[in-house]
Design a protein around this ligand. Structure first.
Ligand SMILES: Nc1ncnc2c1ncn2[C@@H]1O[C@H](COP(=O)(O)OP(=O)(O)OP(=O)(O)O)[C@@H](O)[C@H]1O
Length: 243
């Protein structure tokens, strides 16, 4: 339950059983994420990666085990209460409002901020992702895939979360856009926000940015290690693809 310095991890997941309806998909999954870390989650299709992110946000049913954020049990809280503690979440799909402009999307995300703080918060997002400033009047539905991910990440960042959970944020993006989005995420982490990043594509590129990696398979943790050690592992393909 501690990070490398002996302090309790910021996020602690213990023996988590979670899934859909009455069907568990995660079968006693445990992991620890240290404050300030960039942690990658990888594993074959159907391993339970998205389900894990949804369970942390309590968007799926948690049937057993516990989840703590900064020592507080969050597995019984509503998603809004988890967000208010400082956990941001960017789902894989349907993560922006297509009928609203970029700026309107960002404004909508300011609801957790104190009155009067919205302008500066939106400016900070434009500074982080200058493309969003260029597209500020454009509707969400007409953004490119990479721009949409930047907007989704920017919307989650508005309330200055301590931890941000990203579900496959570079999936389907061009190599150029992947690099731009990945660099943006790295900069967010460098500024002090803990990152949990579910990786589907370009694992080598993204693992090179991460500190630690958890490999999921069959709804549980198959292995965890420093990301650079996995990059050098002989069975990397097997671990990533489950083949
Ligand atoms: N809404 C749902 N209802 C029932 N079962 C679901 C639902 N969503 C996912 N599952 C099942 O849960 C299991 C884990 O899915 P999950 O999306 O968490 O995997 P993943 O590791 O994120 O996979 P991928 O890389 O394909 O996105 C799969 O067997 C999937 O079919």
């Amino acid at each position: 339950m501690t990070d490398n310095n002996g302090a309790p991890a910021q996020l602690v997941v213990r023996d988590l059983v979670a899934g859909y309806g009455r069907l568990p998909v995660l079968h006693g999954l445990s992991l620890d994420v240290a404050a300030g870390a960039m942690v990658a989650i990888i594993g074959p299709n159907g391993a339970g990666k998205s389900t894990l992110t949804k369970a942390i946000m309590r968007l799926v049913e948690v049937m057993g085990g516990e989840i703590r954020f900064e020592g507080t049990r969050i597995d019984g809280l509503e998603p809004q209460a988890i967000a208010a503690l400082g956990v941001g979440y960017v789902p894989q799909t349907r993560n922006v409002f297509g009928a609203l402009s970029v700026e309107e999307n960002l404004e909508l995300s300011c609801n957790l901020l104190p009155r009067g703080a919205a302008g500066a918060a939106i400016e900070a997002i434009y500074a982080r992702f200058p493309r969003l400033r260029q597209r500020r009047s454009q509707k969400g539905a007409s953004l490119s895939g990479g721009e949409r991910q930047m907007l989704a990440i920017g919307s989650a960042l508005i309330s200055n979360p301590k931890l941000i959970i990203l579900d496959e944020p570079t999936s389907g993006l061009s190599p150029h856009m992947t690099t731009e989005v990945a660099e943006g995420i790295k900069a967010i982490n460098d500024a002090g926000t803990t990152v949990i990043w579910v990786v589907e594509e370009n694992p080598q590129q993204i693992l090179a940015l991460a500190d630690w990696v958890y490999v999921l398979d069959g709804g549980t943790v198959r292995m965890s290690c420093a990301a650079r050690d996995l990059l050098g592992a002989e069975n990397f393909r097997e671990l990533f693809l489950g083949v």
